[in-house]
Design a protein around this ligand. Structure first.
Ligand code: AMP
Ligand code: ZN
Length: 114
């Protein structure tokens, strides 16, 4: 999608620090990390938010989750634990409207979130 920053990252039109890629999913380091490990995992297909997930595209979310699972293992954070976050819409704190899942690790997180 034109003017979508994460589509541009997926299409290599703008640089990013890519840590994983296959035909459907790409993962790259967050520009403004909130933890020692902070990776964004996205489907390459432009989907605005969780509100646009349906039976047709839900398989892409399981593809994303499998990549998160693999990264957690490869980055050796699976044992201590980590956090996966999806911000949806204004109240959810979403600022980039191409669905993405934050993989955060390397420190202990508190609950509830702010
Ligand atoms: P959210 O608030 O859930 O929409 O998260 C958007 C995230 O994208 C923020 O954590 C930003 O730091 C991150 N971000 C924005 N632009 C870029 C970029 N060009 N490369 C990597 N991360 C980015
Ligand atoms: Zn997009």
């Amino acid at each position: 999608m034109k003017d979508c920053i994460f589509c541009k990252i997926a299409n290599k039109e703008i640089p990013s620090n890519i840590v994983y890629e296959d035909d459907k999913v790409i993962a790259f380091k967050d520009l403004n990390p909130q933890a020692p490990i902070h990776i964004l995992v996205i489907p390459k297909e432009h989907i605005e938010s969780l509100n646009q997930i349906d039976e047709r595209n839900a398989n892409l979310i399981s593809d994303v989750m499998l990549v998160i699972r693999k990264l957690a293992k490869d980055l050796e954070i699976e044992e201590k634990g980590y956090r996966v976050v999806n911000n949806c819409g204004e109240y959810g704190g979403q600022t980039v409207f191409h669905i993405h899942f934050h993989l955060l690790g390397g420190r202990k997180f508190s609950w509830p979130p702010g």
